[in-house]
Ligand binder design. Structure first.
Ligand code: GAF
Length: 377
């Protein structure tokens, strides 16, 4: 559907055809707000993403059409050409970051469309960045490796979109592999694929369909807290810090910074526990750690919200094996590991109770773990 829409829109706008590329949104089983702390994450790409048709146009300008928004933007490739449309900045940023790395690209025409639910914490922006980084690398035969493609997306967020994100989303979107989660060490960038097929269980996202816009940039402030504590501990990242060492400087840091760091230290351990438990088929431990992560994200890291806490409480009441908020926070989805025989009841109960409380249904997305960035032949 998306492919044929994109193809038709491209042909309508530019009177020719181009090459199709796609990339994916992501889930993260566990390891939240650890990436920019040099810690571990455990994401996978999903079966929704961005599809783009692209064709070099022989000029030094990009002509881009966002099919879903019915919005058109045209911009050059110099730093001062930054487009005013926020969606176009992701494409512009990717072009600029490629150029900063010595990649020679020219203007191109593109139309793109996506089916990653916006604001759900599944990283539609990383899917967009990865699609264009991957496509331009391929079309212009730049020879950039996949790690650098992920970094190009991350730098786009930092330098053109104002989010000081870690590497998890872009990594998942570029490296994603069907049926596999990936444990990534965000300090060394070493990673391992973990086939993920929990027999007898389903992994499902419940989308609160809320995104609380907070004043300032709470994500960047969380990162600053962690960096302050790491500095006090004499480390580049919080990764590797212990509770003993954190407690030793407790009087020298704010209570807020202390709690942020406490969450990150606990989360690092939980990712490793979950990976070990999965290898033993010990889903009870996986689920218990997911709940513990939620508790930490809600109380110590303070990135949850009433709607997310509510859904996690309902999951617990229904006997769901594991549930937690997923992604950056302040809205979006919970991720739930549910036994097959509880699934239908849980979804019905969650929908009913959530609607009674908040006046609208949560959306339900079954998780299908899929491939990341690729060319569509
Ligand atoms: C967002 C960021 F983009 C990621 O880098 C990561 O920090 C995540 O929030 C929280 O784990 O998706």
């Amino acid at each position: 559907m998306t492919q044929s829409n994109v193809r038709a829109a491209f042909e309508r706008h530019f009177n020719t055809h181009g090459t199709l590329y796609a990339s994916a949104g992501r889930i993260n089983l566990i390891g939240e707000h650890t990436d920019y702390n040099g810690g571990f994450v455990f994401p996978g790409a999903v079966d929704c993403g961005i599809t783009a048709m692209i064709r070099p146009n022989g000029t030094d300008r990009v002509r881009a059409y966002a099919v879903d928004l019915d919005s058109y933007a045209e911009f050059g490739l110099r730093e001062e050409d930054k487009p005013s449309e926020s969606w176009a900045r992701y494409i512009f940023g990717v072009c600029r970051e490629i150029q900063k790395r010595g990649g020679r690209i020219g203007g191109f025409d593109t139309a793109f469309s996506g089916d990653v639910p916006l604001g759900a914490g599944m990283s539609s922006s990383a899917a967009l960045e990865s699609t264009f980084a991957f496509a331009l690398n391929d079309l212009y035969a730049l020879g950039i490796d996949k790690f650098e493609l992920a970094r190009i997306g991350q730098s786009t967020e930092h330098n053109y979109c104002g989010v000081k994100c870690g590497i998890m989303d872009q990594f998942a979107s570029v490296f994603g592999k069907k049926g596999c989660l990936m444990r990534l060490d965000c300090r060394s960038m070493e990673f391992e694929y973990f086939p993920f097929d929990p027999v007898g269980y389903k992994l499902v996202l419940l989308d609160t369909v809320v995104k609380h816009e907070l004043v300032g940039s709470p994500y960047n402030r969380r990162r600053e807290s962690c960096e302050r504590v790491a500095k006090m501990l004499g480390q580049e990242f919080l990764r590797g810090a212990t509770m003993e060492r954190l407690d030793a400087i407790r009087d020298e840091i704010s209570d807020e910074d202390y709690r942020r760091a406490r969450f990150v230290i606990g989360e690092e351990r939980r990712v490793l526990d979950v990976c070990d438990a999965l290898q033993r088929g010990d889903y009870a431990t996986v689920g218990e750690r997911m709940y513990a992560t939620h508790e930490g994200l809600s109380k110590d890291y303070e990135v949850s919200c009433e709607e997310l806490d509510f859904l996690v409480d309902v999951a617990r009441e229904c006997g769901v094996t594991g549930a937690r908020m997923m992604g950056g926070g302040f809205g979006g989805c919970t991720i739930n590991l549910v036994k097959d025989d509880l699934f239908a009841d849980f979804i019905a109960t969650a929908k009913r109770k959530f609607t009674e409380r908040f006046g609208h249904e949560p959306k339900v997305y079954p998780v299908v773990i899929s491939d990341g960035a690729h060319k569509i032949d």
